[in-house]
Design a binder for this molecule. Structure first.
Ligand code: GTP
Ligand code: MG
Length: 139
């Protein structure tokens, strides 16, 4: 697949790390095809992370994801989903490899700076959650 979906999460936006993270994304060869800064309501965060609703951390996650502005992104590159997951690193920053976005910028396993889709199917679903077809440029 050529596209993935990402969000710069509230902790990274609040810490002023959005620019540094976008620079890493572009330097890794991803082209930004859609970008939007917004703040999720609690209900919208709940809908976005509905796949995790049985997990013990779901309520905390939804509170955190609606705690401040986020930047939603659609990114294009060959092998986008897999390559982007490598660039961001493991969910828990303590386990993330050196040089990954989460190793550099995540504060905890929850406030972990950035999201990346885990499959082509979810990349399409998550992109459509934030963007209309008209908002994705033909890069
Ligand atoms: P995303 O790219 O955000 O989907 O992260 P991921 O695919 O690496 O992790 P996963 O989908 O399993 O979890 C989604 C998000 O829930 C994580 O990015 C964290 O913000 C949060 N999360 C995951 N595991 C834990 C946990 O054990 N405790 C807490 N508090 N939050 C967690
Ligand atoms: Mg995930």
């Amino acid at each position: 697949g050529k596209r993935t979906f990402s969000m710069i999460k509230p902790d990274a936006v609040a810490a002023g790390n959005s620019g540094a993270i976008l620079k890493m994304i572009e330097e890794a060869g991803f082209r930004i095809v859609a970008m939007k800064m917004t703040r999720l309501t609690l209900a919208q965060a709940g809908a976005f992370y509905a796949v995790h609703k049985e997990r013990p951390f779901y309520q905390d996650l939804c509170n955190y994801m609606s705690s401040g502005p986020i930047i939603a992104l659609v990114l294009e590159k060959e092998n986008a989903v897999e390559d982007f997951r490598k660039l961001i690193g493991a969910t828990d920053p303590a386990k993330a490899e050196e040089g990954t976005i989460r190793k550099l910028f995540a504060k905890s396993i929850e406030a972990n700076a950035i999201h990346g889709s885990d499959s082509d199917e979810n990349a399409t679903i998550e992109s459509a959650f934030f963007f209309s077809k008209l908002e994705e440029v033909n890069a």
